[in-house]
Write a protein that binds this ligand. Sequence first.
Ligand code: HEC
Ligand code: HEC
Length: 312
Amino acid sequence: MKKALKIVGIIIGVMLLFIVGFASYVGITGIPKYEVKKVDLKVEITPERVAQGQKIASMECIACHAGEDGKLTGRLLVELPTEFGTVYSQNITSDNEKGIGTWTDGEIYYLLRTGVKRDGQYIPPYMAKFANASDEDLYSVIAWLRSDKVQPTSEEVPESSPSFLAKFLSHVAFKPLPFPEKPIPQPDTNNVIEHGKYLANAVYNCYPCHSADFKTMNDLVPEKTGGFYGGGNKMPNMKGELITTSNLTFDETGIADYTEDEFIQAVKYGKKRNGQLTRFPMFPHIQLTDKEVLAIYAYLKTVPKIKNKIEG
Ligand code: HEC
Ligand code: HEC
């Protein structure tokens, strides 16, 4: 009996040592680094690409990277759940020292696809990734970044200090996305549902906010995200109050009652069906065309319904 207790004691001791050891390893190494594949890419800057890039960026990059003056200096991501730590988006202007002026097109492309920076540092889910966006749409974003629409600024924000949880999850759960092996073509815009799916899941990233939790999101196969489009993810607004995302499935606890027109009002102009305005961090997606919003609506109708009543 005594001997058995001793063995159990030793096993628990070894496990504790292992846990403490792994915790200090995570604390010391921080977010892991990965090998970076060199991508040969020189994006041709055309007016069409700059316009399309600006459109995508206005709802993606600018939303996270612009400071109060509108310049892409970076800012504190107040809307990030505090459990991930204190995170600042960085200066992504063409400034050579504080911005990304010396990054190659290939390095930017690699980051957008995989989430790995040119120094190998992985960025956890607090930066959007674009595993399924078309090559052309990402080239457009790069063309826009390189164009005179983005004014260089030599200001900077502090470095991020991710929490232990963010570091821990980056060791055990969050991983860089695989670099695509084949070119990713533009979606077929005549296929309304495919088009909507592409817009909502590959470019404008509606699902990470509108599913259960950022911790169970799946960038590569969005449909495998926990509580896909069922809402319930909680995120701070400017005042630090928690706002819960809406259920966007066509369940009666979701948006089953929304007409096409009401959906356009909500997504483009921030007017909810109940008459209230959508609160930050949901912002009006005014740059989307009605056709695009209706494609998202048609796609959401095909998403399995989830019963999840969102209070407040
Ligand atoms: C959800 C918010 C979010 C969105 C959307 C987003 N970013 Fe970021 N981005 C971040 C954060 C946060 C960091 C800094 C991460 C860190 O501290 O490690 C970052 C870092 C970067 C960096 C690395 C900068 C450096 O010097 O290390 C680049 C380049 C970048 N983003 C480009 C983009 C582009 C281009 C887009 C649009 C296609 C975009 N980001 C969209 C949040 C975002
Ligand atoms: C940064 C997180 C975030 C992103 C990205 C986002 N939303 Fe939202 N959305 C929210 C939050 C939070 C609310 C709830 C706002 C409120 O209750 O005032 C909301 C509310 C809504 C509503 C109102 C539904 C209702 O309750 O009546 C619609 C419709 C909607 N979002 C659609 C979209 C679509 C479509 C996209 C992608 C193009 C999108 N959202 C992207 C956070 C987000």
